[in-house]
Each structure stands twice: as structure tokens, then as C-alpha cells.
Design a protein around this ligand. Structure first.
Ligand code: MRU
Length: 353
């Protein structure tokens, strides 16, 4: 929802359903989809009506509650068994963003640890989903403000390049990478955003550009293969991207193409920041080689609208994410401050799950 201040809220809980901004229709259509059932939430995540690591975590949390409320039994054990099936369905939607699994684990832990009747348990699950939702908004605002401390001091007004969409649409609101952009804009430290269009799904061209336009933030869209050239021309002062999963050593999975932006930034001595909540850090993984990478339908590559781009008879490879090695990352900006990737482990005790 956009309010008078044009803030974007992609997930809204009503009395008995969840409204999602349909991100597959932006920027041409600003429409909502009403979700009443956990199966529909799973489909909305798979089809990317809702997308972005923190946003799919929040959506999955509500999905658990929607599934819980459909379970007709007063028997606690039976309820928990059937809730586990709901969790499994939601876990199977997208493999890379760890926030999805983090939020489902938190919901399931609530279910297992809460005492009381099944009816009371369902209410506790709704409250937990709402808490996860509200916390994400606060977390993003903290990430945005913490980013201000590490951005280059000169020039006074920076041009920041970002990849994909790590904005309000990808979170409960405000955004992670775009949270840093928003805070910089508010403090008079931002000249302009350069948004990579982000093939194949064009989240930069469609979503990041749309968000910037909503708030009057100057934005220039470039194709992905223009980023290095723009850096060489001196147009970019910093890169800020989001993350889907960060391993304990700081290796970071984010939208496909992020790795090449990081290499280009290193080559041009431009700081490269990852902005993400601590729920995106998977301390169980030693390094990025263990991060599961989603592969999506090749149609995303070969078809734009109704038009086929390539001849029949070719093969495709469509990984949705890549892993940027920690040594290319200047700092990881979290709600608890910015860390050099090698220092990330020090933030672990503060993590919620
Ligand atoms: O496939 P998507 O659109 O869900 O990928 C989104 C990204 O890669 C984002 O950069 C990431 O999830 C961080 S969102 C704050």
C-alpha cells in the first residue's frame, strides 16, 4: 500500500486475509491479490507475486497461520502433525532465501512451545506472524540508518548503484539496500540511484525504478552490461545490494548478476556493500559453496511478453542467484551495525533464531 508519504507496504494483514501487492504486474498495474489459504500463499511465493528474501519470510509466516486456521481438530498432536505439512509446502516454494526457512522455523517453534488449547495456539501463531512482520519494518529502518555511517564521505551527494530490488517491495517496507538509499536521500546524501535492469525478470527496471519514482528519488535505469562502463566513467560512488543468504564467512548469495557487479566494483575501487537483516545470515553454512541456488523456468530467458527471443533448439541455464565471495564485499550492513565480512560471526549471539 502506498500512504500519503508514498511509503510502499507490499504485505498487509486484514481481519482474515493477507493483501499482497502483485509484483508481477508492476509497474504498469498497481493491484492487490487477496490470500486466504496457505496453498495460495505458497503459489504467490513460487510465482513471485511476493518476492525478496525478507518479504517471502513474512508471507510464509502468515501462510503458516492461514494453514493453521484451516486445521479442524482440538487434538494438539494431530494439529502439530498437520501444521508440519503446511510448513513443508511453504518450505518447498523457493530454496535460496534463508529468511523463508527462518520465519517458518520461528512459527513452528512457537507452535511447539506454546501451551494452551488449539484455538489459543492459532491466535498465538497469528500474533507471531504479525510480530515478524512488524520487526522486519523496524529492522529495515535500522539497516538504512546504519548504512549512512559507512557510505563514502565524499562527494556530499552520492550516486549509488543497486542490482535487482532490495526495496520496500522485497521487505515489510523501507527495504534493505533501498533502505540505505532512502536514509541517504532523507539526509541529503544522495544524488541519484543507478538501477541495473536485472535480467531475466527485470526487478531493477520494473520494481526498483517504480519505488524510486514513488518517492521522487532520481533514478537511472541501465542494462546489466552497462554497469562496469558506468563505473569506469566515474558515475558510481558506491554499490549497495541486498542478500538472500549469507554464509558464516560473509559469502553472499543475491540475485544473479550481483557477482559480476562486485567484480567490476573491485576493479574500479568502488565500495561494495551488502545490506541485510541478521535473519539472512545462515551461520550453519561455512561458506557460499553450500548455499542452494534456485534454478527457474528457462522461459524467463527466452520469452519477453509474448515474444520469443531465441530460436528453437537451443538449451538454457537459468540460475536465479549467484554467490559473491566475501573478499569482494566492503561491509555487510545489518540492523546491529556494519561488519566486515570476517567480523560477521561476532554478530551471531544477537541473532533471534
Ligand atoms: O528472485 P527475487 O526477486 O526474490 O530476488 C530478490 C533478491 O535477490 C534481493 O536482492 C534479495 O532478496 C534481498 S531483498 C531485501
Amino acid at each position: 500500500m502506498t500512504s500519503a508519504s508514498n511509503q510502499v507496504y507490499p504485505i498487509i494483514w486484514h481481519n482474515d486475509s493477507v493483501s499482497l501487492i502483485d509484483q508481477t504486474r508492476l509497474p504498469n498495474e498497481y493491484a492487490f491479490v487477496e490470500i486466504h489459504r496457505s496453498e495460495d500463499m505458497a503459489l504467490a511465493i513460487t510465482t513471485m507475486i511476493v518476492r525478496g528474501a525478507p518479504a517471502i519470510g513474512v508471507a510464509a509466516a502468515y501462510g503458516i497461520y492461514l494453514g493453521a486456521r484451516e486445521i479442524e481438530t482440538d487434538n494438539r498432536n494431530e494439529f502439530l502433525q498437520r501444521l508440519e505439512q503446511v510448513a513443508q509446502l511453504l518450505r518447498s516454494t523457493r530454496p535460496t532465501a534463508v529468511n523463508l526457512f527462518w520465519a517458518i522455523s520461528r512459527m513452528m517453534r512457537t507452535a511447539y512451545e506454546s501451551i494452551g488449547t488449539v484455538a489459543e495456539l492459532k491466535q498465538t501463531l497469528l500474533q507471531t506472524a504479525q510480530t515478524i512482520h512488524a520487526e522486519d519494518l523496524q529492522t529495515c529502518q535500522a539497516i538504512g540508518d546504519n548504512g549512512l555511517a559507512v557510505l563514502p564521505k565524499t562527494p556530499q551527494k552520492l550516486t549509488i548503484l543497486t542490482h535487482c530490488n532490495a526495496g520496500a517491495l522485497a521487505t515489510a517496507g523501507y527495504g534493505t539496500a533501498l533502505g540505505v538509499v532512502r536514509s541517504a536521500w532523507r539526509e541529503g546524501r544522495l544524488a541519484r540511484v543507478f538501477a541495473d535492469e536485472t535480467r531475466p525478470r527485470l526487478q531493477g527496471a520494473k520494481l526498483t525504478a517504480w519505488e524510486c519514482v514513488q518517492e521522487g528519488i532520481p533514478v537511472t535505469v541501465i542494462t546489466d552490461n552497462m554497469a562496469a562502463h558506468c563505473m569506469k566513467q566515474g558515475l558510481i560512488h558506491a554499490v549497495v545490494v541486498g542478500a538472500d543468504r549469507i554464509a558464516a564467512n560473509g559469502d553472499t548469495a543475491n540475485k544473479i548478476g550481483t557477482y559480476s557487479v562486485a567484480i567490476a566494483a573491485k576493479a574500479h575501487n568502488i565500495p561494495f556493500f551488502v545490506a541485510a537483516p541478521l535473519s539472512t545470515v545462515d551461520f550453519a553454512l561455512i561458506d557460499g559453496s553450500q548455499i542452494p541456488i534456485e534454478e527457474r523456468n528457462p522461459q524467463e530467458i527466452y520469452q519477453v511478453g509474448d515474444t520469443r527471443l531465441t530460436p528453437e533448439g537451443v538449451e538454457f541455464y537459468n540460475p536465479a542467484f549467484d554467490v559473491t565471495p566475501a573478499e569482494l564485499i566492503t561491509a555487510i550492513i545489518t540492523e546491529h551495525g556494519a561488519f566486515a565480512p570476517s567480523e560477521l560471526a561476532k554478530s551471531q549471539p544477537k541473532q533471534v533464531v
